[in-house]
Ligand binder design. Structure first.
Ligand code: ZN
Length: 168
């Protein structure tokens, strides 16, 4: 039962996974939630993300999964899909682009961002530029219900981790 409820919460907000081409988004909340995560391959071959609880407490660190990535997590509004989504960023180039925009244009919640994804695999590139001049969020955007990012980055128990890895 608990498990089902958790899945429902997670599925309410899909992850923003930009396909090749142009996207128009608005970051709805700053600063980003910053977490350290592991990406581990499950028994079925798919990759699962787990939040790291820190080298001494983390089940995965203790098991020798030394590779960890720093994530920035924003709630965003995807104008093309007209949906609030969770944007989990691991690419340093994107983080840097968001910081650069903030330096010249102010807080990223003040403008829509045009994100262009080109290339494939290792050659994937992202270009981010603000749309027009800064403009506060509209009433529509302000009224959007944001995901609970604390729940999104919840640290899982060993049993939950093993279940998601298909080791049960
Ligand atoms: Zn860890």
């Amino acid at each position: 039962m608990n498990c089902r409820m958790r899945t429902a919460t997670e599925h309410e907000y899909e992850l923003f996974m930009p396909k090749p081409g142009e996207h128009r988004i608005r970051i709805l909340q700053t600063p980003p939630k910053q977490v350290i995560a592991h990406f581990v391959q499950a028994a079925d071959g798919s990759w699962r993300r787990f939040i790291c609880a820190g080298p001494r407490e983390c089940v995965l660190c203790v098991r020798g999964h030394t590779e960890r990535v720093r994530l920035w997590i924003f709630p965003i509004y995807d104008r093309l899909d007209q949906k609030v989504k969770i944007w989990s960023i691991r690419q340093v180039t994107i983080k840097r682009a968001i910081n650069d925009m903030a330096k010249s244009w102010g807080d990223p919640t003040l403008y829509d961002i045009c994100l262009t994804r080109t290339g494939m695999g290792m050659d994937t590139e992202y270009r981010l530029i603000p749309f027009a001049k800064p403009k506060p969020m509209s009433d529509h955007d302000r009224g959007l219900i944001l995901p609970d990012l604390d729940e999104h980055v919840r640290i899982e128990t060993m049993a939950e981790i093993d279940e998601r890895l298909g080791r049960r």
